[in-house]
Structures are given as structure tokens and as C-alpha cells.
Write a protein of this length. Structure first.
Lengths: 185, 253
């Protein structure tokens, strides 16, 4: 049974990652009060399983538990609603969805000027797995290998998710930009 | 050309995931391929704007709630007072011993604390009507009342409107009991005002049956649900108050 010493050790190692944990949960479930509940639940679960933590990467360990808790919640929601299920199409190397350089030029302008709010709006339209990969890569700065460990998929899947996430996000931003221009004319 | 193949390295290059030799090959190619340069700049710009999103700040209550929850798991008191230390024993026996002491103490200390709480609850109820300050947020719409508590409490109170059962919601109010902020929901039954106080429970039991107390002509009905303590206070008769508590109780949230 966990005692005071365990708790203090746990707090020392894990409470420092609370911002990362909360923001990850928020990116995944997109609802502040649910994100808060998820992080709270995840931390309680983590403490109950603290004896299984091997002393390695504390941030990665707690993030794994947070994202698993978030996915449990999302799956429950999915059963209750018609959340679009993301069909993971393999990660074969030919699947990258880059458009040509010319087509991507407008996106360049959009991307470099897109406010965080607009970007987040479009981000929410991506499959949850894509948002997760982007968060872990761009906000947290994890390597492919670390992301693979946290999200429990092969490294190739991480690469393909990131690539498709960026491709789709660019396209969404271009569309958004076009809509704005049309309205402006 | 080799370009198509190398294009796929753009992201891995930016993500610093290429091996040294792949990196060298790619940079060499980049020097002579404008298409790849343009694409690289696109992805780089996108990455930068994603990075700029950064963190939003977490609710202040989160850290506190987690620390509180951890102490619940270890069975520690939330104060600095620690039974294990006091007893000077370790491991499972300490946990058992502290549990025993906790039970004994709750019998000794529990009673006066309960009396004190009852007094406070009645005072809060009376005060709410005397000062003409029944509600901070007057609304019969639970979707207005519930969010109003956001950021004011470290839990989210259950808000139900039972108008169709003859207990319309009047509004909500923030109150302060036993040194902690509590939610007060105000309902009405004919001319009777009912205060429903919801606060974080300090008991270990997650759920308990309702218990009735009568004092100074007021009825108090208390129960625990999902780690929260609910207390109804009103001058309404006990029977109807029981009925109301069952409506609140039974529906979960």
C-alpha cells in the first residue's frame, strides 16, 4: 500500500508535468472541464500503479496514462454519439499527401500568419490521433521514438500520422483562406 | 528523379530524425532543388505556427485536487498532522493502525464537528434570506447556473431543475462553510425556500444514505454522493424534503 513517502516521491516526479498533461488532454478532448477530470483521474491511476514505474522517463510515463485515460473517455463518447471514427490506413511510405510546391504557396502565407485561434479551429477538424502526434512533436518536442512509446504504435505510424496531419492542416488552412477571400470579393 | 524520394525526407529533416548520411544527402539535394526548398519552408512555417499555440494555463484547482486525491489514497490527513509519524511504525501495520485511530478519533471528534456544521448550515440558510441575498445568479435554467460556478469552486456541482416535480430552481450562490467555498443551489417549494449546499466531502465514504436532522424549526437532510456532501436546509416539512432529496439523489447527475 502506498504511503506518505511514495506520495512525496510521486509528487516530486509527476506534478511538474501537470501543464503538459492538461494541455495534452485538452488537445485530445477539446473540453476544459473534461480535460481537468481526465488529468485528475489519470494522476490517481498513475499513483495507484506507481510501483510499476521503472524510474525511466517520468514525463513519458505520465503522458501515456493521461492519453489512455483521454481515449477511454473519447471511446465512451463515441459509443454515445456518432463521432467519426478514424480509419488508420497503413503507414506505407507512398501515402504522404504533399501537394506540389506551387499549390502549397498559399498555405505558406496562411500558416505563417495564422493566429493560434484559427489554427486551433482547423486543428480540431483533424482526427484525434493526428492532433496527438502534432502536440507531442511540436508542443512537447518529443522524438518519433518517444511518441511511438507514448502512443503505443510503431515509429512508422508516427511518421505517417505527422505527415498526414501536417498535409491535412495545410489544406484546411488553404480552404479557410479561400473562403475568406471569396467573402472579401 | 531522386527528388520525389527525397521530398519525403523534408519532415524527417525538420524533425531532426534523419541519420547523418541521409541528412548530408538531403542537404546536398536541397541546395539545388527549389521545389524542395519551397516545400521545406512551407512545412517549417506550419510547424512554427503550431509551436506558437503553446500551452493554455491549467485550472488552479487541478493541482490542489490531485494532491488532495493522493492523500485520500495514502489515507493521510490533508493537514501536516501525520498519524504514521506520530505512531512511529511503518508499512501496512501503520496504515492499519492509523485507520483504527482514525475510527476512534472520528467518534470522539466527529460529534462536535457535526453539531458545528449543522449550526453553520442553518446560519447560512437563514442569512441567505435575511440579507435578501438568496442568489448570486438568479436563473431557472440549469445550463446558466452550472457554468456560473466554473472557476469559483474546485468541483462542478450537479444542477438539476425539478420544476415539473414542483421544485423549481431559483438560482445559485457561492457560500463559505467550514473554511471552504461551497455551492448553494436555491430551490422553491410553494413559499418555502430550500438551500441545497454542495461541498467537497471530508469523509472517506463516497456514498451514503440520507440522514435527517431537525433544529430550530429547520430540517437538514444530508447525504454523500461521489465524494461530495449534499445538504438540504429548509423549513419545509421533512416528508417533502425527503421526497426532494430522492429526486436529486436518484437521478445521479
Amino acid at each position: 500500500m502506498a504511503n506518505r513517502k511514495d506520495r512525496q516521491r510521486f509528487e516530486r516526479m509527476m506534478l511538474g508535468h501537470l501543464d503538459a498533461a492538461y494541455n495534452l488532454a485538452l488537445w485530445l478532448v477539446r473540453n476544459p472541464s473534461e480535460a481537468e477530470d481526465i488529468v485528475q483521474t489519470a494522476y490517481m491511476r498513475a499513483f495507484e500503479h506507481f510501483h510499476t514505474f521503472n524510474g525511466g522517463n517520468a514525463a513519458g510515463w505520465i503522458m501515456t496514462i493521461v492519453r489512455n485515460t483521454a481515449y477511454n473517455w473519447l471511446n465512451k463518447q463515441k459509443r454515445n454519439s456518432n463521432l467519426i471514427s478514424f480509419d488508420e490506413v497503413l503507414h506505407s511510405s507512398g501515402q504522404h499527401t504533399h501537394s506540389t510546391a506551387n499549390e502549397m504557396n498559399p498555405a505558406n502565407i496562411v500558416a505563417s500568419h495564422a493566429s493560434s485561434v484559427h489554427l486551433m479551429e482547423q486543428m480540431e477538424r483533424l482526427p484525434v490521433e493526428f492532433r496527438e502526434a502534432l502536440f507531442l512533436r511540436e508542443i512537447e518536442g518529443y522524438s518519433y521514438k518517444e511518441i511511438a512509446e507514448i502512443t503505443q504504435v510503431p515509429k512508422g505510424t508516427v511518421m505517417s500520422r505527422l505527415s498526414r496531419a501536417r498535409g491535412q492542416l495545410q489544406n484546411l488552412l488553404v480552404e479557410q483562406q479561400k473562403r475568406k477571400q471569396n467573402r472579401g470579393v | 528523379m531522386a527528388c520525389k524520394e527525397l521530398q519525403q525526407n523534408i519532415e524527417a529533416y525538420l524533425d531532426a530524425e534523419l541519420t547523418l548520411s541521409d541528412r548530408r544527402d538531403f542537404e546536398e539535394h536541397l541546395g539545388e532543388c527549389q521545389d524542395c526548398q519551397a516545400m521545406l519552408e512551407n512545412v517549417r512555417a506550419l510547424n512554427k505556427s503550431i509551436q506558437k499555440i503553446g500551452y493554455v494555463s491549467r485550472p488552479a484547482s487541478l493541482r490542489r485536487n490531485i494532491k488532495h486525491g493522493l492523500r485520500d489514497i495514502t489515507g493521510e490527513e490533508s493537514s501536516s498532522f501525520n498519524l504514521n509519524q506520530l505512531l512511529g511504525v511503518g508499512g501496512a501495520s501503520a496504515a492499519f493502525a492509523s485507520l483504527t485511530v482514525w475510527f476512534v478519533m472520528s467518534f470522539m471528534v466527529g460529534l462536535p464537528m457535526q453539531v458545528q456544521l449543522t449550526d453553520e448550515l442553518i446560519s447560512a440558510h437563514v442569512r441567505s434570506m435575511m440579507a435578501d441575498h438568496v442568489t448570486d445568479i438568479a436563473s431557472s435554467d440549469r445550463h446558466t447556473v452550472k457554468p456560473w460556478f466554473n472557476g469559483k469552486l474546485d468541483f462542478s456541482p450537479m444542477v438539476l431543475d425539478l420544476k415539473d416535480k414542483g421544485f423549481p430552481l431559483v438560482g445559485g450562490r457561492l457560500d463559505y462553510l467550514q473554511k471552504q467555498p461551497v455551492a448553494a443551489l436555491v430551490y422553491q417549494r410553494r413559499a418555502h425556500v430550500i438551500n441545497l449546499f454542495i461541498r467537497r466531502s471530508d469523509q472517506t465514504a463516497q456514498t451514503s444514505a440520507a440522514s435527517l436532522t431537525q433544529q430550530q424549526g429547520y430540517q437538514l437532510l444530508s447525504w454523500q454522493q461521489q465524494g461530495l456532501q449534499y445538504t438540504l436546509v429548509s423549513d419545509l416539512n421533512a416528508k417533502e424534503l425527503q421526497e426532494f432529496s430522492q429526486l436529486l439523489h436518484g437521478t445521479g447527475h
